[in-house]
Design a protein around this ligand. Structure first.
Ligand SMILES: NC(=O)c1ccc[n+]([C@@H]2O[C@H](COP(=O)([O-])OP(=O)(O)OC[C@H]3O[C@@H](n4cnc5c(N)ncnc54)[C@H](O)[C@@H]3O)[C@@H](O)[C@H]2O)c1
Ligand SMILES: [Zn+2]
Length: 352
């Protein structure tokens, strides 16, 4: 990304170098560190220790956990707390948490006094393999998910896989839901590796997570560097949204009782089923995704709305845009998916 390029430090125990990295990047002395109640418990003590050793002056802000906190009102409360503490324009912000904290912190950092530098320290599987990289941030609007936000690339990303050991099973599986899209985006061979290491991933084994996260991020960084602001109509960064047209809809329609990665996992399977019917993917390959879902003993498909409600939601305005799997090739953008195709593809969820 030219002058906005940055390093991703990924590995076991790397959080201890947070302070040294902030010094190396000449970040201002005054730092705001945003966590949620869960990430704060696990990750704040080592992060603060490292930053204090390096001499930083830190304002920690802790917010409640959960997707509902990704709101303009939460961002406004954080702005207010920073103003009360007289955080100057020459400060920087650190996001220490999952995708929700990362998206809110990124939004606050890019808007507070017209923008502060940002460091992303992802503490969930999903945020380590996806959301902490690429510079997208934002909050949800009652009318649409991620509707309000900006692009604001971090100064660096620091992903400590040791911090994942406290992650609840549900959030590990949600991370796997985001991981499972990547072989459809651009690296078909990654599917075999995921299949071989599914149990290691589910127990957040550091070596497996490290290798898989590095492969996922290699795909993401390549697409982001070719198309930072997602302006290419039929390729580029948009390909990362495979499974997400159905996924986002199921997530919103569940009123966020489905986690983002859970909804994407279902979206990948449903959109894969559309792809099979179009002859874009072999049924045997779709079954590899279905089998991964079954091996993880997931039951969250029961929280998905039915096909009729989904179709009504997706087709209420102009034709929805799908990034459909074309396995083992790159996914492809289409706008001609019909309501009937979606409805019949949704039946695949009943067989899970
Ligand atoms: N900006 C992007 O490019 C991008 C990409 C993908 C997803 N997203 C967004 O990311 C969000 C989902 O991210 P997520 O799955 O990380 O959700 P999340 O941030 O809600 O984290 C999931 C849960 O894990 C807890 N947690 C965090 N770290 C923990 C730890 N180390 N130990 C124990 N518990 C911990 C959190 O408190 C939360 O309860 C969605 O809002 C999605 O839209 C953004
Ligand atoms: Zn996603």
């Amino acid at each position: 990304l030219g002058e906005r390029s940055y390093d991703i430090h990924l590995g076991a125990g790397v959080v201890t170098s947070l302070g040294a990295l902030c010094l190396r990047h000449r970040l201002p002395k005054r730092l705001v560190i945003l966590a949620d109640t869960n990430s704060a418990r696990v990750a704040l003590p080592p992060a603060l220790a490292s930053l204090r050793r390096a001499g930083f002056d830190i304002l920690p802000i802790t917010m409640p956990a959960g997707e509902r906190q990704k709101s303009l009102s939460r961002a406004g409360k954080i702005h207010a707390e920073m103003l009360r503490a007289r955080v100057p324009r020459s400060a920087a912000m650190i996001a220490l948490g999952g995708g929700v904290v990362g998206d809110v912190a990124g939004f606050v950092a890019s808007t507070y006094r017209r923008g502060l530098p940002l460091v992303q320290c992802p503490t969930t599987l999903l945020s380590q393999v996806d959301s902490s990289v690429g510079g997208k941030n934002g909050v949800n609007h009652p009318a649409a998910k991620n509707a309000v936000g900006t692009f604001h690339q971090p100064v660096f990303v620091l992903a400590d896989t040791d911090l994942l050991v406290t992650l609840p099973r549900r959030d590990i599986v949600s991370g796997i839901g985001e991981i499972i899209k990547y072989p459809l985006v651009d690296d078909p061979g990654l599917l075999e590796f995921i299949e071989e290491h599914l149990e290691d991933l589910a127990s957040v084994d550091g070596a497996a997570v490290g290798t898989i996260a590095a492969r996922c991020l290699a795909i993401k960084t390549r697409l982001v560097s070719q198309d930072e602001r997602e302006t290419k109509p039929d390729g580029g960064r948009a390909l990362l949204n495979v499974g997400h047209t159905v996924g986002h809809a199921l997530e919103s329609l569940s009123r966020y009782s489905l986690r983002h990665g859970e909804a994407v996992f279902l979206g990948v399977i449903v959109e894969g089923s559309i792809a099979v019917r179009r002859g874009w993917m072999q049924e045997a390959d779709l079954n590899r995704f279905v089998n991964a879902y079954r091996r993880l003993r997931c039951r969250f498909h029961s929280r998905a709305v039915g096909g009729t409600i989904l179709v009504k939601y997706l087709f209420k305005g102009s034709a929805p845009r799908f990034v459909l799997p074309r396995f083992p090739h790159q996914a492809g953008v289409v706008t001609d998916v019909t309501p009937a195709e979606v409805k019949s593809a949704m039946r695949v969820l009943r067989s899970l």
